[in-house]
Design a protein around this ligand. Structure first.
Ligand code: CO
Length: 656
């Protein structure tokens, strides 16, 4: 086997390190001096401009550039700027056209602003008074990203569409009391209420949902749960250096954090007999979108791009030891830019630990009498965000057998509505569940796009679709029992737009035609999709155009450094067609070249009664497994369990 050199030179590692606080300050100073920062300018985004991988690997390591998205919340002016602190200069400055390009991501100011303005609006006050809601101090206004302009009056404006909820006391969970049927449209730059649309009078659900108040939960704490303590008396088995390069059990990866994507993992390699071999150049969740499926007039527009519109990395939680994470935990702080362009540290945003992962392999042999088992463990790198009503945990797992898994844990509060009641024939309302008396939860999806910049033993990779196939009866298969695997090469971007098919066990194998294993076959890693539904929306709908990425489980594109976001760079109020659907028009070659996989996965959520008032974690994700990457099971070198846990043949707390 030919072993490529370890690809990650120290200078490359430094070039890709996560943004530092001093860099953010330097960028701010340059923009301020150039007159681009006024008292009403908000920094929607600041992040490392992704260097061109081809230049990095050619040793052409330039100074670090940063991309900044600015919006002036009094004029509406928007600048997409690239800044070079080491050259003390602005590299490019592009002014956005709001009609063609859409809007910069939502800034924090908008959350408070909408309630302040709408509380003063006579039409909204009248709509509330008609429902008997006269105590304005109890009415919370929830701004929702606006989808796209629906008429000339909305065109080119920075909009939010807003719903109202009742919060009876400062401690009350407002999501329990939606004031359904009224939608307010507001221009957050001019601070004008454009329209208050009072569609339908639905009763405000009255039952509280205050799970967070011990006094509200009418049960004693569940008895009999004894402590589980996780101890690692010699400490964790990983190390992490000053550039956040993490090394564990042969795995090596650089941990970075971005305001838009959250965790970004770079240069993931795994050792094979002492040689580090690359698997991934860069991995992140590049977009996530939550489309709601209730088409009624007050909420048909509801869908949220939590990366592109809200920049979910900025909403990372500070994790608490013993609650959010247990074991021997290493935390990393995240540094992002605040809306004022100054560094904002999110303490303990990234959690790193290792955990037991059950049986790795096991066999008791009837012929030779041997009995062996090994325990698996995995390295976990995670963070958690709160985006409005929902909370999401993002977990990357690396195992001793070369497996990489990704899991999203979705929890928090489901988005609520007033349940309109069953039909005259007793049939339930077709677009929402009823969770509590009169309280609805519209059906929706949580669709994620993993951007997997693959590097299986080198930059040039290919993709095959593998699936199970029943062999037709014939001379080679006289009894009709032949099972074979169909292998289909995906040559170009149009062939490489694929749907999962669990009835055929369909997986996608990323291989390197230039590196062979000891059997002479191309080394590879396979992507195992969950195969849940992709976007459920008509192909002529606005959301289909804006989130076309989510209509296929797999896309493959050739690497381009500026192709980072599958719904385009600017998503807020963008008319659609950007990102993947635009890039693939060229139908570029994706065989034996530097490729990126875009994998859509997620949940189609028909909320259960048990999802109220707070939703137990629901999971979705994908798996990458070595597939002919190694010459045999790569975990034969894992030692027998340490400590005094494993006593082959012994009895421990046995009951007969
Ligand atoms: Co949900």
């Amino acid at each position: 086997m030919t072993s490529p050199q370890h690809p990650v030179a120290p200078l490359v590692v430094a070039a890709l390190a996560t943004v530092g606080a001093s860099e953010i300050s330097a960028v701010h100073a340059i923009l301020h001096r150039a007159g681009l920062v006024t008292p009403t300018t908000h920094f929607a985004y600041l992040g490392l401009l992704e260097p061109d991988k081809r230049e990095l690997f050619a040793g052409d390591i330039r100074s670090r550039h940063f991309r900044v998205m600015l919006v002036d919340m009094s004029s509406g002016d928007q600048h997409d700027v690239v800044v070079s602190p080491s050259d003390d200069a602005i590299v490019t400055d592009r002014v956005l056209d709001p009609v063609r390009d859409g809007q910069m991501p939502v800034v924090l100011l908008e959350f408070g602003l909408v309630e302040e303005v709408i509380h003063q609006d006579e039409r909204w006050l009248a709509a509330m008074a008609r429902r008997g809601l006269t105590d304005v101090s109890k009415l919370r206004v929830n701004p929702l990203s606006a989808q796209v302009a629906q008429n000339d009056d909305e065109a080119g404006r920075r909009l939010q569409r807003c719903f109202t909820f009742v919060q009876n006391t400062p401690e009350d969970l407002g999501w329990a009391h939606p004031v359904d049927g009224v939608t307010v449209i507001i221009d957050v730059v001019t601070r004008e209420v454009l329209d208050v649309i009072d569609y339908v009078d639905l009763p405000v659900p009255q039952e509280d949902g205050n799970f967070h108040l011990a006094s509200w939960v009418d049960e004693p704490p569940r008895a009999g749960l004894k402590p589980i303590e996780i101890t690692q008396p010699e400490g964790p088995s990983f190390t992490i250096d000053e550039n956040q390069v993490l090394s564990w059990a042969g795995w090596n990866l650089q941990v970075a954090f971005d305001q838009r994507e959250g965790l970004v993992l770079r240069n993931v390699t795994i050792e094979d007999h002492g040689t580090p071999r690359p698997v991934l150049y860069r991995a992140s969740i590049a977009e996530m979108m939550v489309p709601y499926g209730d088409p009624s007039p007050q909420r048909w527009f509801q869908n949220f791009f939590d990366c592109g519109e809200y920049l979910l990395g900025g909403f990372a939680n500070s994790l608490e030891f013993g609650c959010d994470c247990i074991g021997d935990i290493t935390y990393l702080d995240a540094v992002v830019a605040g809306n004022d362009g100054q560094p904002r540290v999110i303490p303990q945003a990234i959690c790193i630990h290792e955990e037991d992962a059950g049986i790795l392999w096991k066999h008791s042999d009837n012929w030779n009498g041997s009995s062996d088992s090994r325990r698996n463990r995995r390295l976990v790198v995670s963070f958690f965000v709160t985006v409005g009503n929902y909370d999401y945990g993002f977990y990357w797992y690396f195992s001793l057998d070369g497996k990489i898994e990704f899991e999203v844990k979705a929890t928090g509060i489901v988005f609520t509505s007033a349940y309109p009641g069953d039909g005259a024939d007793g049939s339930p309302y077709p677009f929402a569940s009823e969770l509590a008396p009169g309280l609805g939860a519209p059906y929706h999806q949580h669709l994620f796009s993993a951007r997997l910049d693959m590097m299986v033993d080198g930059l040039d990779n290919s993709v095959d679709e593998l699936e199970a196939m029943l062999m037709p009866r014939g001379p080679q298969n006289p009894h009709g029992t032949g099972i074979t695997q169909r292998v289909t090469r995906l040559h170009d971007e149009s062939e490489a737009q694929r749907m999962a098919d669990n009835s055929k066990g369909r997986v996608w194998l990323v291989s390197n035609p230039n590196v062979q294993n000891r059997l002479g076959r191309d080394v590879g890693y396979a992507l195992y999709p969950e195969g849940q539904p992709t976007l459920l929306a008509d192909s002529e709908s606005d959301i289909y155009r804006r989130a076309t990425f989510s209509t296929r489980h797999l896309w493959v594109t050739p690497y381009e450094p500026d192709e980072l976001y599958p719904a385009g760079d600017f998503v807020n109020q963008h008319p659609g067609g950007a990102g993947l659907p635009e890039w693939v028009k060229g139908n570029r070659n994706v065989e034996n070249t530097d490729i990126v996989l875009w994998h859509t996965f997620g949940l189609t959520h028909f909320p259960r009664v048990e999802d109220w008032p707070i939703m137990p974690v629901d999971s979705t994700g994908f798996v990458l497994k070595p597939h002919g990457f190694f010459g045999r099971n790569p975990s034969l070198d894992v030692p027998e369990s340490m400590g005094d846990h494993c006593h082959p043949g012994g009895e421990h707390h046995a009951h007969h």
